[in-house]
Design a protein around this ligand. Sequence first.
Ligand code: HEC
Length: 119
Amino acid sequence: MRTATRVIGYGALLSALAGPGLAPAMAEQSVFDVTVLAAACANCHGTDGRSPGSIPSIAGRPETILNTQLQAFKSETPPPGTTVMDRLTKGLSDEQIDALARHFSQIALSQPRQEASKP
Ligand code: HEC
């Protein structure tokens, strides 16, 4: 699986950034895998959140902005013009939104895909 190395990398990063109140071990063995959640976003936002088309890229955005946008979509009053993101975020927990915002903020928008040469 192409994202296998990334999973391990982010697992370590996530536990490092998890902050007080959340034991590092918990973040590492969390009940959801952020890369699985993030894979669903790739269908529309491009691989690793770098969109090739008209849907906005979400890679490399500040974590707080992504988090705010996702919470806004999830809220009872999503931003005007929202088409699909309100429905997509309804099923996400706050923890999942935090993890997704962190995940995509850590991907450089212009960074070449390091896994591209692997079979
Ligand atoms: C079915 C296609 C689709 C999928 C899947 C999808 N998105 Fe979106 N996303 C959109 C569209 C379209 C917009 C523009 C707002 C709207 O119309 O709902 C958007 C907007 C956004 C924005 C705001 C970008 C901006 O600049 O306004 C963020 C952040 C975002 N999506 C994150 C995600 C995340 C994280 C996931 C995975 C959990 C995801 N999206 C999955 C289609 C999708």
